[in-house]
Design a binder for this molecule. Structure first.
Ligand code: ASP
Length: 307
């Protein structure tokens, strides 16, 4: 694999390989000094045209734990402000000699475009509403960690599916590993067509919750909503939010997940996010090890010691 642009680049076998490799990097992350020399001499740059807390820090920390050098590009303090094009920015960065470019951009497809311009490995860290493959991998890892496998698990993805790149990558990854996915959302927050999506759809969260192994809540992505899609946020919370009362409908083992950043009190009640079965910070912790696995697969030379 040369780049990681979509979950489809991996397929079920590729996802399983990343998850197996992640086990070794979780072990590294738990060491007293959580660092291995595997990517010494390699340089990883983050090129983020959109805001991020978790993904940016997670990639940086993954690269550092593998002993790679890191560079950080921030649009607000770069020559993009002087009108430099994406292509010129990318070619400038590549000319400095980088091995991997981690790209986040507000437009779908930008990572594919970047991959055509450079020799470096390109990793999609979120392109518009389209995909966020490493989020899906860390979500799969977190579910597998609890249940051993995703096969036949019942997962509901709830909320603003329409604007969610996380939902798109998660549906591909969860179903590739044998899970059954139900999307739960008001019709206005679903994509206009779900043709080809291997999912069921429901508008009734209360009836879905008792059957689930995982309830996966999505953030209400107001920054991407150009028209009024909901009567009010209060009404949304009353019908689709995981309130304290509604969380009682979940089975005892069921996991509560969220990609972050959370809007506590909107899609998830503040206290529900802190319940023992809410694995939201576990997702973040696993994200570092998953991204170490991805960087390893893309950058380590054949025959390199694993850890
Ligand atoms: N952090 C995730 C993303 O970048 C989810 C979100 O922003 O709601 O897509």
């Amino acid at each position: 694999m040369r780049h990681l642009l979509s979950i489809e680049d991996l397929g079920a076998d590729g996802i399983e390989e990343v998850l197996r490799l992640t086990d070794s990097f979780v072990e590294v992350s738990e060491r007293r000094i959580p660092k291995v020399p595997t990517l010494r001499g390699k340089t990883v740059v983050s090129l983020f045209y959109e805001d991020s807390t978790r993904t940016r820090l997670s990639f940086e920390s993954a690269a550092k734990r593998l002993s790679a050098d890191t560079m950080n590009f921030s649009v607000s303090t770069s020559s993009v402000k002087k009108g430099e094009s994406l292509r010129d920015t990318v070619l400038t960065i590549e000319a400095m000699g980088v091995d991997a470019i981690v790209v986040r951009h507000g437009s779908a497809g930008v990572p594919w475009q970047v991959a055509q311009w450079v020799d470096a490995a390109v990793i999609n860290a979120g392109d518009g509403w389209h995909e966020h493959p490493t989020q899906a991998l860390l979500d799969c890892y977190t579910i597998r960690e609890r249940f051993g496998s995703l096969r036949d698990k019942r997962i509901a993805i709830v909320g603003d599916v329409k604007h969610s790149r996380v939902a798109r990558s998660d549906v591909l990854a969860f179903t590739a590993l044998g899970a059954h996915v139900t999307l739960v959302a008001p019709p206005t927050l679903l994509p206009p067509s779900l043709e080809g999506w291997p999912v069921e759809v429901s508008h009734d969260l209360d009836s879905v919750l008792p059957k689930l192994d995982v309830v996966y809540l999505l953030r209400m992505q107001k920054e991407r909503q150009t028209e009024a899609l909901l009567p009010s946020l209060r009404e949304y919370t009353a019908t689709y939010g995981l309130t304290r009362d509604r969380a009682r409908l979940l089975g005892e083992q069921a996991l509560v997940m969220h990609p972050g950043p959370m809007n506590r009190g909107v899609e998830i009640a503040a206290e529900v996010a802190d319940l023992p079965n809410a694995v939201i910070t576990r997702q973040v912790a696993n994200g570092v090890a998953v991204r170490m696995a991805v960087l390893f697969l893309l950058l380590a030379a054949e025959g390199d010691a694993r850890v």
